[in-house]
Design a protein around this ligand. Structure first.
Ligand code: CTP
Length: 469
């Protein structure tokens, strides 16, 4: 590997420093937004105090409590901390009861129940455009006492509030905006990027936004970040890489058994590497603002891509239940990968695969070269596996050709499907090919033409993936 380093000269640092001063003005919530959040917090906390039993502690948590929230995202997390001796099912029930019970129905306020590991109440306060999550958890002193995944949040609060300076909190906001503009902010399955807490830990470890991106631009994997023990030896780092099975590890200072970067995909990590290098070179303010795509006609944009690739677009839409988006996303991904593999095995290797989810809509799409398949290659077992090879040869005795490819026995057979459409229909019809929340009778297939609503979701997925800067 080359020894190229992506550094920053003192004049570059000055120029970027000036730029970041402008960026922070844009990404820090305005005084009126902060005032509205404060008002909502005081009102809701007041109501919660009246409704909650005496032994339940009420805690403001998340980015608003830490001063790391970005403009337009002053969503508030309030935790109801129950004593450890209460049953999990009881805190779930009581949490919802208290959450729902404080909503003043009609006009301005409404609530929905959201689902994470446990259900919680999300209150929408229309007048202020604010959401308030009322999350039940256990009151704990250390991660060892943890009962549910969200219990750690109170410890994160304490850690971040005791470690980050006011300036570093602004740097967290800048980092969040930078990641958001490039669609890699958030740990959810759809993004597989950097959570808010991970941003806080990275700024804490590297020192500032500029130091984070300089570190990322010059990354040499594996990387193990331990803010409590910043100079861990090579032995410790190797052990952490092995323990977490990842080569980008950020140890949670409140729970050494957790890798806060566990959800960061390689694609997201290397996107950060690339955009960091670019920002160090270009000093371009645009890096902090997402490009708008809302106004375009997505179907025609997909058509342009289809023509450019000299391909056809095959799309599937599923009407899905409105359960946790992470679950639908993972199921859609599983089905998409299965279908993608099957397409490849049958001579229709997709050039680009996409998926997206929004509410009840789940879509996947494939750009596939315009081909008519006459044959298909079936890869058999390794020749080291005697019995399996015998079985394969028997099962494929009617093949047009049989041959050895490296160590494997292979057959060329007549194609089962002459075009992708037939294969996709067979895929939908076959038992067990779809995970539980994707139903064949709630699926529609489109070839080249599709409703704008579904096209928008696919085009967004395309743009997210194929626009790096
Ligand atoms: N949390 C976590 N790991 C995640 C998601 C959340 O540890 N993958 C914890 C963190 O302590 C986080 C809190 O849950 O601060 C609330 O999460 P969330 O509301 O998703 O994010 P914020 O940190 O509040 O950041 P922002 O709202 O600015 O996106």
């Amino acid at each position: 590997m080359g020894k190229e380093t992506y550094g920053i000269s003192s004049s570059g640092r000055k120029r970027l420093g000036e730029l970041l001063k402008e960026v922070i003005e844009d990404v820090k919530p305005s005084k009126s937004e902060i005032d509205a959040a404060k008002y909502a917090i005081n009102t809701i906390m007041g109501r919660l105090k009246i409704k909650s039993p005496k032994d339940v502690e009420i805690l403001l948590a998340g980015s608003v409590a830490r001063g790391t929230q970005i403009k337009g995202n002053s969503d508030i997390d309030i935790f109801l901390l129950f004593p450890r001796n209460i049953k999990e099912s009881d805190i779930e029930r009581k949490g919802l009861e208290i959450g729902k019970g404080i909503v003043k129905k009609g006009g301005n306020e409404s609530y929905i129940v959201k689902y994470a590991e446990h259900p919680y109440t999300r209150i929408r306060w229309k007048d202020y455009g604010i959401s308030i999550d009322i999350v039940p958890a256990y009151k704990i002193e250390t991660a060892k006492e943890r009962g549910t995944a969200v219990d750690r949040t109170q410890l994160h609060n304490e850690f971040v509030n005791s470690k980050l300076t006011v300036r570093q909190r602004d740097d967290v906001r800048i980092l969040k905006a930078f990641l958001k503009a490039h669609s890699i902010y958030g740990a959810e399955a759809k993004i597989e990027g950097f959570s808010g807490y991970l941003c806080e830990l990275l700024v804490c470890h590297y020192g500032s936004f500029l130091d984070v991106i300089t570190g990322m631009a010059n990354i040499r994997l594996p990387v193990v970040v331990d803010v409590v023990k910043p100079k861990g030896g090579e032995k410790d780092n190797a052990a952490a890489v092995k323990r977490f099975g990842k080569n980008f590890v950020v140890i949670d200072p409140t729970d050494s058994d957790r890798n806060v970067a566990a959800n960061v995909s390689d694609e997201s990590l290397f996107r950060l590497v690339l955009i960091s290098r670019e920002l160090l070179k270009s000093h371009d303010k645009k890096s902090f603002y997402a490009k708008g795509h809302a106004e375009v006609n997505s179907e025609s944009m997909l058509n342009v891509i289809k023509d450019m690739l000299q391909s056809n677009l095959y799309a599937l839409h599923f009407n899905v239940p409105e359960i946790a988006e992470d679950i639908i996303w993972q199921q859609l991904k599983k089905a998409r990968i299965r279908l993608q593999q099957s397409l490849g095995e049958n001579g229709f290797q997709p050039i680009i695969c996409m998926q997206n989810v929004d509410g009840n809509d789940a879509v996947m799409g494939f750009f596939i070269e315009n081909v008519h398949a006459a044959t298909r290659k079936v890869v058999g077992p390794s020749l080291m596996m005697g019995n399996a090879v015998d079985k394969f040869m028997k099962a494929h005795s009617g093949a047009m050709l049989m041959y050895i490819d490296c160590d494997r026995i292979c057959a060329i057979e007549k194609a089962r499907y002459s075009n992708p459409e037939k294969l996709i229909r067979a895929f939908l019809a076959s038992r067990n090919s779809l995970p539980s929340n994707l139903k064949a009778n709630k699926a529609s297939m489109y070839v080249n033409k599709l409703p704008e609503r579904h096209a928008k979701l696919l085009y967004l997925a395309y743009v997210t993936r194929f626009q790096i800067y």
